[in-house]
Ligand binder design. Structure first.
Ligand code: NAD
Ligand code: MG
Length: 392
């Protein structure tokens, strides 16, 4: 029986995780669930999975605790600032799903890593903002890091089983990350200034949280994933190619020096990578329909359009610059996306704010966590100043 903590249980990835878990009561037991705001959903999830702990934002804690007691559950409700890190490192837990969105997930995910857990990483922002320190902690504490992002999970499945972070030794020429192109792939560029948050969040293939949906619309999601692939698989920037593939059936590919290309395919449903990582190296059912190739009939590919999607080049720039640049990129993106979702920044302003913030923060090395958090905070301030100048 594996014991699980699900960080960000009330989100899209969290809910898909619990869906897979519920299919295998003989394999998985839930020790802790966390959710920031949706206390009603967290309550329902607690009824279903009966965790020992539930972590929620301070406002909702007393009411949730009373409801759970009323329902006869012994679940303890925690809301103190250290609660997320506490449930990420519980001694009885072996597997932690890291599915909080954004920089808020860094400390709890790191806590799981430092406790040597099997960490299922959906929270790509944690790796982007703190890549070197994060990967060093994985090594130092013997954690097992398994990618949940569909592209990285596909790459993981397409690499040799004994891949040890040396692409040349493994005969790898390069890795291809596929991108759906998002909802604005073929929307006329003149319309970009007036596209709405609702349009940006209406993804053609995937149903996801609002932040990653906007990231998919700008292609910054793919940019963050390029940086994520660099850290997960020890790939140089020019060993990571992005190809737009609107059907999202090929989740990513590895090209080898002998011309072989190994890919992972499937219906676009996050329960596949989640089930893969939950059970790895075994395989379990995920509730995902089998792929119907004749039903698909065709698969399309194109190069990403740099004029439409400047965020992708900004991410490559940050990766090449190294040091604090990816931390700045991530922080500025979070600020800009939140402003766009709040109706305070036009869509093209997202890339503009990120570029201006990257220009404004001088490059520096990041020796430790304190330095990372300081750069994150400074970049957020600068990005917020940029917003004031770009009000629609
Ligand atoms: P979501 O917005 O649906 O859920 C986010 C979760 O994080 C919620 O449970 C929320 O309560 C919690 N949360 C948010 N802010 C918090 C805070 N300050 N403190 C504590 N908890 C907080 O997001 P999602 O789509 O599930 O994405 C989660 C992560 O997984 C993101 O990093 C995203 O990039 C990544 N991811 C998602 C998908 C997908 O299909 N949804 C695919 C690949 C990667
Ligand atoms: Mg992805």
């Amino acid at each position: 029986m594996k014991k699980l903590t699900v960080l960000g249980a009330t989100g899209s990835i969290g809910a898909s995780t619990l869906d897979v878990v519920a299919r295998h009561p003989d394999r998985f037991e839930v020790a802790a669930l966390t959710g920031n705001s949706r206390a009603d959903l967290l309550y329902e999830q607690c009824l279903r999975h009966r965790p020992r702990y539930a972590v929620v934002g301070a406002e909702g804690a007393a009411a949730l605790a009373a409801r759970l007691r009323g329902a006869g559950l012994a679940t303890e409700v925690l809301a103190d600032p250290q609660a997320l890190e506490f449930v990420a490192a519980l001694p009885e837990v072996d597997t932690v799903m890291a599915a909080i969105v954004g920089a808020a997930g860094l400390m709890p995910t790191l806590a799981a890593v430092r406790a040597g857990k099997r960490v299922l990483l959906a929270n790509k922002e944690a790796l982007v903002m703190a890549g070197a320190l994060f990967m060093a902690a994985v090594k130092a504490h013997g954690a097992t890091l398994l990618p949940i992002d569909s592209e990285h999970n596909a790459v993981f499945q397409s690499l040799p089983a004994n891949y040890a972070g040396d692409p040349a030794a493994a005969g790898i020429r390069h890795v291809v990350l596929t991108a759906s192109g998002g909802p604005f792939r073929s929307v006329p560029l003149e319309r970009f200034a007036t596209v709405t948050p609702a349009e940006a969040c209406a993804h053609p293939n995937w149903s996801m949280g609002r932040k990653i949906s906007v990231d998919s619309a700008t292609l910054m999601n793919k940019g963050l994933e390029v940086i994520e692939a660099h850290w997960l698989f020890d790939l140089a920037p020019d060993q990571i190619e992005v190809v737009v593939h609107p059907q999202s059936v090929i989740h990513s590919l590895v090209q080898y020096v002998d011309g072989s290309v190994i890919a992972e395919l499937g219906n676009p449903d996050m329960r596949t990578p989640i089930a893969h990582a939950l059970a790895w190296p075994e395989r379990i059912a995920a509730g995902v329909a089998p792929l119907d190739l004749p039903g698909l009939a065709r698969l399309d590919f194109e190069r990403p359009d740099g004029t439409r999607f400047p965020c992708l080049a900004l991410a490559y720039r940050a990766l090449r610059e190294g040091g604090n640049a990816a931390t700045v990129l991530n922080a500025a993106n979070e600020v800009a996306v939140a402003a766009f979702l709040a109706g305070k920044l036009p869509f093209p302003g997202i890339a503009a704010v990120i570029a201006a913030t990257l220009d404004a923060v001088p490059g520096a090395k990041l020796p430790d966590l304190a330095a990372i958090l300081a750069v994150d905070a400074a970049a957020r301030r600068i990005a917020s100043d940029q917003l004031v100048r770009r009000q629609p």
